[in-house]
Design a protein around this ligand. Structure first.
Ligand code: GLC
Ligand code: GLC
Length: 817
């Protein structure tokens, strides 16, 4: 069963019934102010940091799942019938319901008894507020006497504290209501210099700010007493749970349409100008008043909405393709880069699966997220690299996460995930390939944000590599630390205590656990860095990096090959992990992908053998699973991976993040058919027809899809904020379609499925536009053999950069052998 369809022209996903298997989310905001919004208007709003500057409450893991939102109620004042135009929270029956999730906006529309309502929500560019425009149309033959109630539940700023510290929270809530605007000012009397406001374009018939007065005793959001009786209470919150609710009376003539605008915003005042009059406890509203006034105007909202769409068109124009496959086109042209921007902006902070209180910006996560967004937002990507580097430790190691608001490394989670630093090299390399901006390397950046410790970024990158070399084990392979990319492979943890964190618990000392993920990742990073420093004329440095890489390749070949595939690790005691000598967990996907990507085993058949083993042992109709056979019991020496039931998460689900590595590896060996076949298995759009099984949104990637060992095989979990987004975009655009930025040119290296006769692409790169046409002759094998650049034949498959502003026509042909 399907719950909707794509509207490709409008770049929207249209949900046609409200009872989707899970709330299907969208994100509002692209800069500093963000929100999540479900197809039934659930969600929350925050400024910059989902934990520290949360505007509204959202109850994760509730029943129903997404409780808390942008809830509106319409009431027929003649007979008292009331409903939510977004279905939740009243769930009244609707005549027609449609939710359109678009690029940073959502519009939900429905009709009941002749009254049509359409709610459009978005965050205007450059503002720290969200706008809701409700368009109500009376389709009846007679006048409609309606009441409209809005509602948001304010969060007392720190979402963690808000959800736990009730002994304080129930007493600190404060509001002001002035000129129909509801101001949330909890803690403003003391150290906070920020407040939230909720305004409405219409004159009010009343308002409420105390949740339990609005709802009434013992009631929930599905039947607020104020709505039921048709009149707000004008309540003022003194502690408890401050909310914002406006009551508007709407008298609509037959066929009349009216727009009502709500604005929910965030504002800061300088410490010395917090109060007006000064010395009072009243918020100084002078700076925010004109903002509110401006955004309650319909023309302003319309203009901002158009500007938002334009910005997205501009961002997406970096790459647009036309291939024979509709699922590929819509993911590459719209949804995949869109998801990449969400991960770039929000890392793993807040989704339906992420509470917004537990995690900051992950060092490895944000580094990888950058791959999918650097082409769209190079300047922001550059800043991100510098922010990440500023949290690096002098040892070259990295805090695993930092808080976006403070940009400081997160002490609670600490360091010691030994893959982390190498991702920074790959991120910097992606930026340089995209932009050619070598000045990045000269930026002076501190370590651990300590003033006085600045070195050029180039030295940060060298320390990243050095960090691995300083931590080699007995086989000459990198020591794993707490974990490598696979957070749940905890080879030094040996946890026996329930509830203890597998990832941050003190490691047991004295082990020799080595990672065959970090080993090829190191090779890759050294090769990338060698290319970069050579460009700067440092050829000795380049050669020494290449020599280190060669030595690591030798160690992998000698100690990392299990006979038919690459090993995953050596454990604390030096016993192989991911080997046929193991009873469970004999083969892992990550090293097969990474080793081939790093070029290991290409010439001697190991690479081909590894991928054949993936095909035989790990590939399923839903994608490539992470490990087989999965662990059926807890292995103390392996850690969290063995804590999950078989088929879920790291223990044998289709871990989507890893799948693109296998696709890329297949293209490196020239297997376009296999690469694309894998690509289609995890493609969300291609999975839309099985939404009942897949359950997550059909327009974005999820972290996992339950594997064949799970009772719910095929079911996706943890959608939206996942590294799957940027890696899938990398795999399809740079390796399968093969339009790949490199330091000295744009590589045109498609490796296509055999049935394709070609495709076209338009790529904006370093300010110029490349109009690319690829032909594939029937029965073609291998890579591009003929390349015309503006009609002139060129050796090889590299298109040299041209001056910004120019347009280049590129024609590439894959010929019959
Ligand atoms: C999660 C983490 C990521 C990790 C992956 C595998 O997606 O955010 O950092 O690499 O799981 O464990
Ligand atoms: C949990 C998740 C894993 C994630 C890790 C990082 O262990 O299962 O996927 O990478 O947390 O916080």
């Amino acid at each position: 069963m399907q719950y909707g369809h794509f509207d490709d022209d409008r770049r929207e996903y249209v949900i046609t019934r409200p009872d989707t298997p899970l709330p299907w989310l969208n994100y509002l905001g692209t800069e500093d102010h963000f929100g999540i919004i479900s197809n039934t208007a659930g969600g929350c709003s925050f400024y910059r940091d989902a934990r520290l500057r949360r505007l509204t409450r959202y109850r994760h893991n509730n029943a129903p799942l997404d409780l808390g939102g942008r809830y509106l109620y319409l009431r027929d004042d003649l007979d008292g019938d009331y409903w939510s135009p977004s279905w939740q929270p009243t769930r009244s029956s609707l005549d027609g319901y449609e939710c359109r999730h678009g690029l940073s906006y959502t519009s939900i529309s429905s009709e009941r008894r002749g009254v049509r309502a359409e709610m459009l929500c978005f965050v205007p560019l450059g503002e720290s507020l969200e706008v809701w425009r409700l368009r109500v149309r009376n389709g009846r033959g007679e006048r409609a006497d309606l009441s409209l109630f809005s509602s948001v539940e304010f969060c007392l700023w720190d979402a963690m504290d808000d959800a736990t510290n009730f002994q304080r929270n129930y007493s600190v809530g404060e509001v002001e209501v002035v000129d129909g605007v509801i101001y949330h000012k909890s803690e403003y009397r003391e150290r906070r210099d920020h407040f939230a406001y909720f305004a409405c374009s219409e004159p009010l018939a009343g308002f409420d700010t105390q949740r339990d007065v609005f709802l009434g005793s013992g009631r929930g959001w599905d039947s607020p007493l104020a709505v039921e009786r048709g009149q707000s209470f004008d309540s003022i919150a003194y502690g408890w749970a401050p909310i914002g609710s406006h009551h508007v009376r709407l008298l609509l003539a037959p066929l009349e349409t009216r727009d009502i605008i709500f604005v929910l915003g965030y504002s800061e005042n300088p410490a010395e100008a917090k109060f007006d009059p000064s010395g009072s406890q009243t918020i100084n509203k002078a700076p925010v008043r004109p903002v509110i006034e401006r955004w309650l105007r319909a023309e302003q909202v319309e203009k901002a909405f158009v500007a938002l769409s334009k910005t997205w068109e501009e961002l997406l124009s970096v790459l647009q393709v036309e291939t024979p496959d509709a699922d590929t086109n819509r993911m590459v042209n719209t949804w995949n880069p869109y998801q990449c921007m969400a991960t770039f902006n929000l890392s793993r902070s807040v989704s339906f699966f992420e509470s917004g209180i537990g995690r900051g910006m992950g060092f490895r996560d944000s580094s990888q997220d950058l791959f999918g967004s650097v082409a769209m937002v190079p300047a922001r990507a550059r800043q991100r690299i510098l922010d990440l580097a500023a949290t690096q430790l002098p040892s070259g190691g990295a805090y695993h996460q930092y808080q976006p608001l403070t940009k400081r490394g997160n002490n609670e989670i600490g360091s010691g995930f030994n893959d982390d630093p190498l991702w920074l090299v790959l991120a910097a390399s992606a930026y340089l390939k995209e932009t050619g901006d070598l000045t990045l390397l000269d930026e002076l950046i501190p370590y651990d944000n300590c003033p006085g410790t600045e070195t050029p970024l180039s030295e940060h990158l060298e320390r990243c590599v050095r960090y691995t070399l300083d931590r080699l084990g007995p086989h000459g392979l990198p020591l794993i630390g707490h974990a490598d990319w696979n957070d749940c492979l905890n080879l030094n943890c040996f946890s026996e205590t329930s509830g203890e964190s597998f990832q941050t618990t003190q490691n047991r000392e004295g082990g020799v656990a080595e990672s065959l993920f970090i080993a090829p990742q190191f090779v890759l990073a050294c090769k990338e860095l060698a290319g970069i420093v050579r460009l700067r004329g440092e050829s000795d440095m380049a050669s020494s990096l290449e020599a280190e890489a060669d030595q690591m390749v030798a160690a992998i070949e000698e100690h990392g090959w299990d006979g038919e595939w690459f090993l995953r690790a050596y454990d604390f005691f030096g016993v192989p992990v991911g080997s046929r000598s193991n009873e469970e967990g004999q083969i892992f996907a990550e090293p097969q992908g990474m080793c081939v990507m790093a070029g290991v085993g290409i010439s001697d058949g190991k690479a081909a053998g590894a991928l054949e083993s993936v095909r035989d042992r790990l590939a399923t109709e839903h994608g490539v699973v992470l490990v087989q056979p999965p662990y059926t019991r807890y292995h103390i020496e392996l850690g969290e991976i063995t804590s999950y039931p078989p088929g879920y998460k790291e223990n044998g689900s289709v871990f989507c993040h890893v799948n693109p590595w296998i696709m890329i590896a297949e293209t490196i060996l020239g297997n376009g058919q296999a690469a694309f076949d894998y690509y289609k298995r995890t493609n969300p759009s291609a999975r839309a027809p099985i939404s009942d099984v897949h359950r997550c949104e059909p327009y974005v990637y999820a972290q996992t899809i339950a594997g064949p060992d799970a009772p719910t095989c095929g079911e996706a979990r943890n959608s939206w904020l996942t590294g799957s987004a940027s890696w899938h975009l990398t795999a399809i655009s740079q390796w399968i379609l093969g339009v790949r930025p490199e330091l000295d040119g744009l590589r045109i290296d498609p490796v296509l499925p055999s049935s394709w006769r070609g495709f076209t692409a338009r790529r904006r790169w370093r300010g110029a536009t490349y109009e690319i046409v690829v032909h594939q002759e029937e029965g073609a094998t291998g890579r591009v053999r003929r390349l015309l650049v503006d009609g002139t034949s060129v050796e090889g498959n590299l298109v040299r950069p041209v001056p910004a502003g120019s347009t280049v026509k590129v024609e590439a042909t894959l010929e019959r052998g």
